[in-house]
Design a protein around this ligand. Structure first.
Ligand code: PLP
Length: 373
C-alpha cells in the first residue's frame, strides 16, 4: 500500500493536517526550541545516577501509577515558588507538558466540542486539541497597545461568542514572549462558563519580577488549570516531564484518560532528583534573562524590532522575508525559528557566546534582508 492511499485511511479530520516539525539539525548554535543551553550541573547528575540506580533492580515491576512522591515534591516546589499553598492531589504530571495537555483535551475536548485559543500562540495547542477531534477556534489577540498583546475585552467577547469547552491561554506567550495579566485570565474564565481554562506557564520562571502565577487564582475556580514544564527554565527538556496544578476534583478526572503507568520509574526518579536540586536547576535563569536582554538591545542596535519578552526567547521583527533570513543564518551555523509570522523570527536566549554568534550573523546580512519601512 502506498503512502498516499494510506492517507485515505486516515481519520477525515486529520487528512489535511501537518505534524509538529521544528527541525532538529546538528548546528554549532541551536537557538530554535527554547531549550536551556546549559548542561545539567554535576551535583544533579550525581543525584540522578544515585536515584536511577536505586530503582534499576525493580524495573521488572510497573512504576507507582499514582507517582505520589513526585506529586508531593511538585506541590512543595510550586507552593514555595508561587506562594499558593498546593497539595499533592492538585498536581498531575506527564511525559512533557504536551502529555498533560493531551490528557486535558482527551477528558474535556473531543468530537463536537470546541477549543478556543488566541493566535499567534503555541502551535501545539491546536494540534493536541484536534488530535482527539476537538474543533479549534483561532481567536485573535488584537490589542491596541501592541500587535501581540491579548486584549481583555476582545478575549471576553470571543469567549462569549464561542462558548468553548476548552480555552488555551499562554503566559508568557510563545512565540511572542509577552505575559498575560491575571485580569484577562479571570475575565475569560467568567466569560466561558462551561470551559476548562488552561494557562500554559511553560516560561513563567523567566518573567519579570512581580509577575504572579495563575496558580494564585486556583482557589475557588474548579475549571482553571495551570500547566508547567521542566523543559525550559529547569533545563531538563530531555527528561520529558510536564505537570499541572488544578482542583483535586479535576486531576481525579484525568485518571480516566491517561494510559496506566504512563510515568516510568526512571522518569519519576530523575524528576525527583532535579526537584531535590531545584535551586541549582534554576541557577542559570538569571544569566539567561541577561542574555535575552542583550539580544533585545543587540537586535535593536541593528535596526530590527524585538517584541518585549518575559521568556527565554525574543521574537524579532523587521525581516523582508523570514524564511530567506532563517536560511541565511543557518548557512552561518545559527539555527533560529521561523514561527510562520511574516517578517519575524524567534531567537532563543542561550549563552553569552551564542548571543554574540547570532548578533554577528545578523550583522553580516545585507539590506535585502530588511523589511522596507
Ligand atoms: C516548550 C513549551 C512547552 C513544553 O512542552 P514539554 O512537552 O513540556 O516539553 C509547553 N508549552 C509551551 C507554550 C512551550 O513553548
Amino acid at each position: 500500500m502506498t503512502g498516499s492511499s494510506l492517507r485515505e485511511l486516515l481519520r477525515d479530520d486529520l487528512r489535511d493536517q501537518t505534524a509538529y516539525g521544528a527541525p532538529q539539525l546538528d548546528v554549532p548554535v541551536a537557538l530554535n526550541t527554547n531549550e536551556s543551553s546549559y548542561p545539567v550541573p554535576a551535583a544533579v547528575v550525581e543525584t540522578i545516577a544515585r536515584r536511577v540506580g536505586a530503582v534499576a533492580s525493580s524495573l521488572n515491576r510497573y512504576p507507582d501509577r499514582e507517582f505520589t512522591e513526585l506529586r508531593t515534591a511538585l506541590a512543595a516546589y510550586l507552593t514555595r515558588t508561587t506562594g499558593t499553598a498546593l497539595v499533592a492531589d492538585q498536581l498531575w504530571a506527564g511525559n512533557g507538558s504536551n502529555e498533560v495537555l493531551s490528557h486535558l483535551v482527551q477528558a474535556f475536548g473531543g468530537q463536537g466540542r470546541t477549543a478556543l485559543g488566541f493566535t499567534p500562540s503555541y502551535s501545539m495547542h491546536p494540534i493536541i486539541a484536534r488530535s482527539v477531534g476537538t474543533t479549534w477556534v483561532d481567536g485573535l489577540r488584537g490589542a491596541p497597545s501592541g500587535v501581540f498583546d491579548l486584549d481583555l475585552d476582545r478575549a471576553v467577547e470571543q469567549a462569549r461568542e464561542t462558548d468553548p469547552h476548552l480555552v488555551f491561554l499562554c503566559s508568557p506567550n510563545n512565540p511572542t514572549g509577552t505575559s498575560l495579566s491575571l485580569d484577562v485570565v479571570e475575565a475569560v474564565y467568567d466569560a466561558a462558563p462551561r470551559a476548562v481554562v488552561v494557562v500554559d506557564e511553560a516560561y513563567t520562571e523567566f518573567a519579570r519580577p512581580g509577575t504572579p502565577s495563575a496558580t494564585t487564582l486556583l482557589d475557588g475556580r474548579e475549571r482553571l488549570v495551570v500547566t508547567r514544564t521542566m523543559s525550559k527554565a529547569f533545563a531538563f527538556a530531555g527528561v520529558r516531564l510536564g505537570y499541572l496544578a488544578a482542583a483535586a476534583e479535576l486531576t481525579e478526572l484525568l485518571r480516566l484518560v491517561r494510559l496506566p503507568y504512563h510515568l516510568s520509574s526512571v522518569t519519576q526518579a530523575v524528576a525527583l532528583a532535579a526537584l531535590e536540586h531545584a535551586d541549582e536547576m534554576l541557577a542559570m535563569v538569571e544569566a539567561i534573562k541577561t542574555e535575552r536582554d542583550r539580544l533585545v538591545a543587540g537586535v535593536t542596535d541593528l535596526g530590527l524590532t524585538p517584541v518585549p519578552s518575559d521568556a527565554n526567547f525574543v521574537l524579532v521583527g523587521g525581516f523582508a522575508d523570514a524564511h530567506t533570513t532563517w536560511q541565511a543564518l543557518l548557512e552561518q551555523g545559527v539555527l533560529v525559528r521561523d514561527v510562520g509570522i511574516a517578517h519575524h523570527l524567534r531567537i532563543t536566549a542561550g549563552t553569552p557566546a551564542e548571543t554574540e554568534a547570532v548578533l554577528a550573523a545578523l550583522a553580516t546580512l545585507d539590506r535585502s534582508h530588511r523589511q522596507e519601512r
